[in-house]
Design a protein around this ligand. Structure first.
Ligand SMILES: [Zn+2]
Length: 90
């Protein structure tokens, strides 16, 4: 049996993570008790990974356009636009 140390990608606390269901295609889901967020280790879509939102914001601040950012990060332009709208409203 192999144990896999899972660290929360949002708050970086290893002790607060427990397994929390599986997706329809069999990927393991996890939930963090510290920040109460749910995440996966291997995402099917790159736009859902932790840190993608920060990369989008960083590229936008450096003058990259929506299509440019989408092409560089390998995500949809709609994902970039939705993230930028979320950031501008908060
Ligand atoms: Zn957490």
């Amino acid at each position: 049996m192999v144990y896999e140390a899972v660290v929360c990608p949002y708050c970086l606390q290893p002790e607060a993570v427990y397994r929390h269901g599986r997706t329809a295609d069999g990927r393991q889901g996890y939930r963090c008790t510290a920040c109460r967020r749910r995440f996966h280790l291997h995402y099917k879509h790159t736009g859902c990974q932790a840190g993608t939102a920060d990369k989008i914001e960083e590229l936008a601040l450096n003058g990259s356009g929506i299509r440019d950012t989408a092409r560089v990060l390998g995500i949809s332009p709609q994902t970039v636009m939705a993230q930028l709208k979320k950031r501008s409203s908060s």
